[in-house]
Design a protein. Sequence first.
Length: 107
Amino acid sequence: MNYWEECLSIAAEECGLVLTDEQLSYLAEAVEGGRDNYSQAHGYDVIGSPVNTELTKLKQQVKQREDWENSTRPCPECSTTGWVIDSWGRDATCLNCDGKGRIKINW
C-alpha cells in the first residue's frame, strides 16, 4: 500500500466510509496528482518566496545598522538627532557628524 492509499484508508475508516480497493486506488492517485501539481497551480514553481527575500533584506539591514552603531558613538553636539540650532535659531545639519547622529570611535 502506498502512502496516499494508507492516508485515505485511515481517513475513510475514521469517518466510517467504506471504500473498495479500486476506489481507494483511484482517490489516492487523484490526491497524489493534486499534491504534485499544487505548486504549479498556485504559481510557486515560477516565483521565489518574497517573504524569505524580504526577511533576508531586513536581517541584512538590521545587521548593517548594528555594525554601524557598534563602530560609532553618539554625537555629543546633536545628541544623535543629526540636527543642531544655528546662530540664527534655525535647524541646521550637525557639522560634527554630518547629520548622521553618530561619530566614529577614536581608539
